[in-house]
Design a protein around this ligand. Structure first.
Ligand SMILES: O=C(O)CCC(=O)C(=O)O
Length: 269
């Protein structure tokens, strides 16, 4: 589905800051579709599902990805909602390819942070036209929202990945450096985050440094989020020396190939 043209200022802010809030881009039917999909996903977790909350701790932090081929609600959303068109406009891309979807649920009382990180160094892709849409399915106040370091996608840096449980990857790719302590340096950066309602989304580049607090769950609020990840014209598949996530074990592309095939459907262009 095509979306209305985004305001020029929204596109400019996405490119300048590496993250921008999009207000009211998905109607209530698409939000209901994704909520149904997450219900199904949590009832029937996939091969990669993770529970990040340690035994005995309050709340529940659940993550899973690469399930769109078996969860019809995700498949419909990714192919038929305005998401791919929105991402294409932001990236300035003619072609929009689905990379994958990622679900992150923090139930009320969850204490675990999502550590500060950026995504591209552990993704099996390279290129500049990248866009994740972080789509909350519950009201998310600013203090619970994912946060972004404005402009960090232009730092020209590649940071060592950190798993969501906080530990480093076993084998990082070559040439990666440790991420500075963003929490300690908060005052030195412009940190972006927003009050979010269902229907809103945050678009961000795969290189933008981001992290998220836990979810105290004031008023019993869940924090269900669906992240849809898209690539544009200049993105290619790469074989990394380090560990990648998602692993995509069945992909048979060569280093430098455009993304295509069953795992990476072309959604536009
Ligand atoms: O939802 C979260 O806690 C983190 C989101 C995130 O890291 C991502 O979508 O890349």
């Amino acid at each position: 589905m095509t979306s209305s043209p985004l305001p020029e200022t929204t596109i400019d802010h996405f490119r300048r800051d590496g993250a921008v809030k999009l207000s009211g881009v998905f109607d209530k039917d698409w939000i209901a579709e994704l909520r149904d999909g997450i219900d199904r996903n949590m009832r029937e977790p996939g091969t990669y599902a993770k529970e990040y909350t340690p035994e005995g701790k309050p709340g529940y932090f659940f993550g899973d990805y690469c399930n769109w081929q078996r969860i019809p609600e995700y498949d419909r959303f990714l192919k038929d909602s305005p998401a791919a068109d929105v991402a294409g406009q932001l990236m300035g891309a003619r072609k929009v390819v689905l990379f994958h979807e990622h679900v992150l649920v923090k139930e009320p009382g969850t204490e675990e942070r999502t550590p500060w990180h950026h995504d591209q160094p552990y993704y099996c892709i390279e290129g500049t036209q990248t866009c994740s849409l972080w789509i909350p399915l519950d009201p998310v106040p600013r203090e619970v929202c994912v946060e972004f370091v404005a402009g960090s996608h232009t730092w020209g840096k590649r940071f060592l990945p950190t798993k969501f449980k906080g530990e480093a990857y076993e084998r990082g790719d070559e040439g990666l450096e440790p991420l500075p302590d963003i929490e300690l340096q908060r005052g030195e950066h412009t940190i972006l985050g927003w009050d979010m309602e269902p229907g809103d989304a945050i678009a961000f580049s795969f290189l933008t440094v981001h992290g998220a607090p836990g979810n105290p769950g004031t008023g019993g609020n869940r924090r269900r989020a669906f992240a849809a990840r898209f690539c544009g014209d200049d993105v290619v598949y790469v074989k990394r020396k380090g560990e990648v996530s998602p692993p995509f074990p069945d992909v048979r592309l060569n280093h430098g190939d455009p993304l295509r095939g069953e795992e990476f459907p072309v959604l536009r262009g």
